[in-house]
Design a protein around this ligand. Structure first.
Ligand code: TRP
Length: 361
């Protein structure tokens, strides 16, 4: 069986280092591993519109930002198909048929939908399109016969919903669709990178994000004002590692060899943590190290971004070509789906002949 990746993001803002370490970096590694036959990365604009119906301009402006973030992170359009969801009408058609296989109560039990409804205070005034987006997301995955969906933990309920649709579809209409597996981030730190203020998650509205497109100076300033241990006041005070954002970021980003380069008095992160916990290590020193580590990661990304920024029409062209290629694949799957459901009347010579016979032709 061929191995196919599909994953994506809603274009509601630029991507930050949480997206990078939780997913983007892995996608690039998977792309370069050569282990996958096809890789599709979707800019999920139609999904973004399910809760931004009154603000399509936000979605429209952010498609290019997300595309630039993808390309600058190292997604290579020669190896990876980057597509815009709304440009694949076959996805909508598929969703229509999958909707018949999912109950309202099942959607109400989806933890992601549940928590997003609470967060956005939609309560009973949820747009139907938002309520049903797990089904639309199932189409995103199934249209490409994806075997693997690299994504964060928050997407697990979506993948489970997708798998249920596959089982239901295959049992009703015959083996047609493939059950995908989620591929979660490897390290705990990468799974849930907190905001610079130590809050649970990076979010634009909290102003606690470090963006991939941030300048060197912005990154430095954000690191220098990061949340650490509020009880670590004097350098000599013992400090806490748990909930200390600077150390969480070091867990996610630092490599042992970087100690030799930037902090040779420590052999590795464990030694640095130990000293911090004992007392005698100041926040500024740790933050400066984190700055070196993060700048090393972000510098090549920034450089690639500047190159792509010089040819925006070219980037739109990459998206157009990717969407066209993706559309072909989705059309083939839709064809299989309609054939399985036997709603491909005009291709069904047997059906036509049978009815002709019934009427004595
Ligand atoms: N729901 C994902 C997010 O909010 C975006 C997305 C849309 C997606 N379609 C997808 C992710 C298909 C994985 C597979 O980030």
């Amino acid at each position: 069986m061929s191995k196919v990746i599909l994953t994506g993001d809603r274009p509601t803002g630029r991507l930050h280092v949480g997206h990078y370490v939780g997913s983007l970096k892995r996608r690039v590694e998977l792309q370069n591993s050569g282990e996958y036959d096809k890789i599709f990365i979707m800019i999920a604009d139609a999904q973004a519109l399910t809760d931004n119906a009154d603000n399509p301009e936000k979605v429209r402006q952010n498609i290019i930002e997300v595309a630039l973030d993808y390309l600058s992170a190292g997604l290579d359009p020669e190896k990876t198909t980057i597509l815009i969801q709304s440009q694949i009408p076959e996805l909508t058609e598929m969703t229509q048929y999958f909707m018949n296989l999912v109950t309202v109560s099942r959607l109400q039990r989806n933890p992601t939908v549940k928590s997003e409804i609470n967060m956005r205070k939609f309560e009973t005034s949820i747009p139907v399109g938002f309520f049903t987006y797990p089904i639309s997301q199932a189409s995103d995955i199934l249209a490409f016969k994806a075997t693997t969906v690299p994504a964060g933990e928050d997407q697990e309920p979506m993948i489970e919903q997708t798998r249920e649709i596959v089982r239901k579809f295959n049992s009703v209409y015959g083996e047609t669709l493939i059950e995908p597996e989620i591929l979660l981030p490897e390290s705990e730190a990468a799974r849930r990178l907190p905001g610079t203020d130590g809050k649970a998650k990076m979010s634009k509205s909290l102003g606690n994000c470090i963006y991939l497109a941030d300048s060197e100076e912005d990154v430095r300033a954000k690191i220098m004002s990061m949340y650490t241990d509020p009880d670590h006041i004097k350098v000599s005070d013992p400090g806490k590692i748990e909930g200390n954002t600077v150390f969480t970021y070091l867990d996610a980003f630092s490599k042992t060899e970087q100690f030799e380069r930037y902090l040779p008095e420590y052999a590795n992160l464990d030694e640095l943590k130990e000293h911090y916990q004992k007392g005698g290590l100041g926040d500024v020193k740790v933050k400066k190290f984190l700055n070196n580590v993060l700048q090393e990661e972000l510098e090549p990304i920034r450089a690639r971004r500047h190159e792509y920024e010089k040819d925006i029409a070219g980037v739109y062209d990459i998206l157009k070509k990717g969407s066209e290629e993706a559309r072909q694949v989705a059309a083939n799957t839709l064809h299989d789906i309609k054939e399985a459901m036997k709603i491909n009347y005009f291709d069904d010579a047997e059906l036509i002949a049978k009815h002709a016979k019934k009427y004595g032709n």
